[in-house]
Design a protein around this ligand. Structure first.
Ligand SMILES: [Zn+2]
Length: 93
């Protein structure tokens, strides 16, 4: 599992290089009622509607936990955060 905190370029590189990966969007203080699992290709964690890249994917309140292995990502979340995140309804991971 890779955790991206204020690492915009590294995060964008990761989702581009790992299109089959998974991403959990987490708040700085993780909250299972808000945190959400996405496929790395999900547009909601890549680009704005107009296709312009936003530079705040890992800066500010939102951070990203990423892995190619969904099970590993889920287990590390359960262990380090506790509870269960939600699944994105757009990319249906
Ligand atoms: Zn999604």
């Amino acid at each position: 599992m890779v955790y991206f905190d204020k690492k915009e370029t590294a995060y964008k590189d990761w989702i581009r290089e790992n299109p089959k990966g998974y991403v959990i969007n987490v708040l700085e203080k993780p909250n299972p009622e808000y945190d959400m699992l996405h496929r790395a290709k999900c547009y909601t964690i890549r680009f704005s509607v107009k296709g312009n890249e936003i530079n705040r994917w890992t800066t500010g309140e939102n951070k990203k936990r990423c892995s190619l292995d969904r099970t590993e990502l889920e287990e590390s979340y359960r262990k380090e955060v506790g509870g269960k995140f939600r699944n994105c309804k757009k990319c249906r991971p």
